[in-house]
Design a protein around this ligand. Sequence first.
Ligand SMILES: [Zn+2]
Length: 134
Amino acid sequence: MRIPRQIVDEIVAHSLEDAPNECCGLLGGRDGETRTLHRARNEFESPLRYNVHPLDLLRITTEIEEAGEELAGIYHSHTRSEAYPSQTDVNLAENWPDPLYLICSLAEPEAPSVRAFTIRDRRVEEVELDVDER
Ligand SMILES: [Zn+2]
């Protein structure tokens, strides 16, 4: 998936701001390209798990639709573990197999990393992010 550098940087910034809790948000896009980032509240306000707050989910998915985009991805942070889906993340994705799952790890504070995955039928596959440096 193509994604502007600016949006990757924004995911990292949001992760740092909400640490030690996990942050989360949604990405809108079109034609395999991410175009917009929408911050959401983590319903759990927890350092160990996240759920996009239901009110934010409704508001943001409406915004994305009205902009003529699709829900391209869901991002959240791992403040201490690597950027790989946890068992909790895999369970959460069960009802929502379409979007890409982006995870920002702050495990190495000086070098945050963002990786992307599909999670379908409990199978995790990494997807390469094509970062647009413009
Ligand atoms: Zn997670």
